[in-house]
Design a protein around this ligand. Structure first.
Ligand code: E4P
Length: 220
């Protein structure tokens, strides 16, 4: 199971690489806006960061694009910046068409904003490198996400699709563990989600308890 950080902030990304050994980064327009720099500057910085590494970086095309031609043109430009880039395209008719063209050219596509098993199936059929089901948003809409991930994994396995299932908009450690139990390939989550998921109050409490015993014991 791979961990990707959902962020475009350099300080968060470098910390997560160093301390958590994350395998990749996913960005979206919200993260790029939060990083506080122009889009192209952020993307170029990410390309520089990934240079000579295995780090996977997903960068998203302009969400105003409505035609596949616009998406393909922008995807070519972004993909030329780094071999580590996967280009995020939306799960729309134009997005699927652009995906098919780009995947046939060997460009990695991360089909994003996927909310139904059929959208995920279509992404796999069109040759997506990653597909990103947004489970946090579905859960906010009172939809069952455990079952959703199970369906997606079953579809992938039934037809031996190569697409990697990148469970996105993950909100807590329970969801990370659920995705791993079901057999998803990757989870992407924000900085605070990973930080909290790696902690447990009993670990903190237990350390404090052991420290008090340690302090009352001679070392030699
Ligand atoms: C994934 O690739 C998306 O960037 C992300 O998970 C979106 O979710 P959020 O911004 O609501 O966390």
């Amino acid at each position: 199971m791979k961990f990707f950080l959902d962020s475009a902030k350099m300080d968060e990304i470098t910390y997560a690489i160093d301390m958590w050994a994350i395998d990749g980064v996913t960005t979206n327009p919200r993260h790029v806006q939060a990083a506080g720099k122009p889009f192209m500057k952020t993307v170029q910085d990410l390309a520089e960061l990934a240079k000579g590494t295995e780090l996977s970086i997903s960068v998203e095309v302009n969400p105003h694009f409505s035609t596949y031609e616009e998406m393909v043109r922008e995807a070519h430009k972004l993909a030329s910046l780094s071999p580590n880039f996967a280009i995020k395209l939306p799960a729309t008719e134009a997005g699927f068409k652009a995906l098919k063209i780009l995947s046939s050219e060997g460009i990695k596509v991360n089909l994003t904003l996927a909310f139904s098993a059929t959208q995920v199936l279509q992404a796999m059929r069109m040759g997506a490198y990653f597909v990103s089901p947004f489970i946090g948003w579905k859960e906010s809409n009172a939809e069952a996400v455990f079952d959703f991930i199970q369906e997606i994994v079953a579809i992938r396995d039934n037809y031996a699709f190569k697409t990697q299932i990148l469970v996105a908009a993950v909100r807590n450690g329970r969801q990370i563990a659920d995705a791993a139990v079901i057999g998803a390939d990757i989870v992407t989550a924000g900085f605070a989600v990973f930080q909290e998921a790696f902690e447990h109050p009993y670990t903190t409490m237990g350390l404090g308890r052991f420290q008090s015993f340690w302090d009352k014991t001679a070392y030699e």
